[in-house]
Design a protein around this ligand. Sequence first.
Ligand code: WTA
Length: 649
Amino acid sequence: MSPLREVPDRVSAGSPNPISDMAKYQQMYDYALEDLDRFWLGVAREKITWMKEPSIGLSGSFSEIPDGPLSWFNDGKLNVTESCLDSNLASRGEKIAILWEGDEPDECRRITYNELHGEVCRAANALKELGVSKGDRVIIYMGMVPEAAVAMLACARIGAIHSVVFGGFSAESLRDRVLDCDSRVIITQDEGMRGSRKIPLKDVCDEALEGDTPVQKVLVYRRTGGDVQWDDSRDVWWQDIVPEQSTECAATECDAEDPLFILYTSGSTGMPKGLVHTCGGYITFTSYTHETVFDLREDDVYACMADVGWITGHSYIVYGPLANGATSLMFESIPTYPDAGRYWDMVARHGITIFYTAPTAIRALAAQGNDFVTAHDRSSLRVLGTVGEPINPDAWNWYYDVVGEGRCNIVDTWWQTETGGICITPIAPATPTTGGSATLPIPGIVPLLNDADGNRIDGEGEGLLCLEYPWPGQARTVWGDHPRFVSTYFEHFPGLYFTGDGCKRDSRGYYWITGRVDDVINVSGHRMGTAEFESVLVSHDSVAEAGVVGFPHPIKGSGVYSYIVLQPDETWSMDFADELNLLCRKQIGAHAKIDLFQHVPGLPKTRSGKVMRRILRKVAEGEPDALGDISTLADPSVVDAIKDGAKTL
Ligand code: WTA
């Protein structure tokens, strides 16, 4: 069994955490399990500012989800921005809420809680002036500027539902989301900045809105001053209408179960689904997990390197940290600009104490050598976090030994867009860690491993990861499509939430996530559906069929491997592969890139015509001799051709 690293003294000493050692963890875990309602109601009342305190914990159960969403704290009323802003004003008004570092290392903004409160109120008043009211959907398509967080909170202030679309998504993807959630207002910026490159956000928005859409107003934050097209009847500069508003805006009272936001994420099939998170449960869960897992202390400088376009940015840059009155760093650029020492330079300059990033970044930076790290003072660091994909022990050890110099604990946090916040993770001051394991569930979370037939695996073993009981932070439904929510997560194993991940449990009870078992590929921590790629590929006239699977990639975690069957009389070339990649970029987004193409005479199919994806996966994974039973194949010769022509990086 892999050896454990005990928690370094520096991390456990003086921790204010109720879970400051493993005995306390066990006590708290048992206490929560004894009565989940009591536990979560206690957290909700203690940590969250309510307009009316809830008296009810959970209503409903996983078995009843087919009849409608479950709910938490149903009789509570609140506005989440009161927890994130107003509640911090008396004791932390002059504390920095958002510490922004722009694309260039010398571009910094320090926004206090007082200032952030004023800005959010101004933006909320501006949204009202644009006709936004409670329950309306607002799409936010921005880069990593503080105004993106202000825009999210401004929506929340007036009870509008935001849906942030990652700034790398294409016009078509943006348009799909606008139409799906029927948003009448978009907030964007002229251009984004990343590694000295300009990202034409407003241009993409204009393209997305060509033809009929429900969008009436586009609010544009001026970031670079670059030239943009302008439609006077629709477009409004942020700088023209936000600064002139009042810095007071009463927080709209919301039900605990009113939607706070929709976030689209890729699944096994079809168009990405809009997961709906609701106010009371989400803010309770994110603030609790942020404080507990990272062992937040009052003078911490907390830095999460995610983008607000993904769930990590929502939960652990904006909502969780602000609800805890933390100083949250927001980073506009990339880890390799101007060089591969940027993260550690920031750690030194800002005195970062908690640093949270993705394994893909750790692997990419480790590959650049240690000098970029050791050139900068990292003595302020206490807790290091990772999220988004399994971290291989080599990368984990590098993070622990080189970045943290053995003084920090690593929290390898497993969770999903659907879970809203962290579910399986070490608790920084308490949990001994070992590279590659997300260790143990937080109090209130009960993991369960099943085999494919739904038999529960007890003790040591490997299976499909499910969660047994509801928790406040979980997504409630898919926007406009509850049946899809039910069939995706609650039909495989009735009465359980199925995560889509494979997982091992060792003899210590530690969990080791092995990765997705469905047709979702985790590329550099970004979730992509194989079906999304396939539908783009077959939309090209020369492509007859396409099969897309993931394969292990040394930096990205998973790479994208595609099998292409051409129409008769078409010929394959690398130029054509480039053309297909351009198409993916255009239809999905800049992050959608196929790493390997294989031209094949046909896809392996059963006699009933079903593609045997297992074969595609095994060949892409470099295990062509582990195909298992292929006797049901319609044309076994296809398999030989696939094996013979297999590509590697
Ligand atoms: C994967 C990101 C291993 C997993 C917060 C999950 C992880 C998917 C970890 C969700 C981890 C996330 N170890 N795998 N610590 N964290 N994953 O929705 O496959 O973008 O199902 O949420 O990322 O990705 P999502």
